[in-house]
Design a binder for this molecule. Sequence first.
Ligand SMILES: [Zn+2]
Length: 197
Amino acid sequence: MDFDLPSPGSIKGRASSITAAFIQAIVPVLEPTPEEIAEALQILGMQSGQCVCAYCGDPRTEWDHFRPLVTAKQPTGYITEIANLVPACGKCNQSEGGKYWKDWISSNAKRSPKTRGVVDLAERIHRLEQYEKWRVPRKVDFEALVGAELYSQHWANWQQLLQLMESAQQLALHLRSAAAKALANKPMQAPCEDVRA
Ligand SMILES: [Zn+2]
């Protein structure tokens, strides 16, 4: 097909990134020591200064959460700490989404390391298995840590925001169709002379 109509997108369609943001925003971040970073790289078979994507070997763009922070719109309890981070590239990070790394890495998912034909995949999987065994990952129970009242306030804010997005979406739909209708009643302007010259 030669043509794709751009989608107007939707305000409501952003709900899942809002939910993820509400979870990510409360996850504790523990900064690693240089020794911990060195140990992590060693387990992953990398030299200091030559840190690449642990999944595929491409240049690293970020340290990605090894175990997801969010599953099924709920916090998993895992946090941002060195044992729960691996160097990754944007392609792998996007392709993995929130899946468990081991299910994803040798799956036929779009742009997964297997799909992209990464040659040393078995060796990479072995390293990542060692990494997974490195430490018992911390898992937090937010409600127990911060108290039920504040925690439920956070989710009440989330609910309110989602409701506002819902009503904003309805208004937006109305505005779009009203604008389109008004436009349909206007005569088209004649083309500029010089275009056809
Ligand atoms: Zn990668």
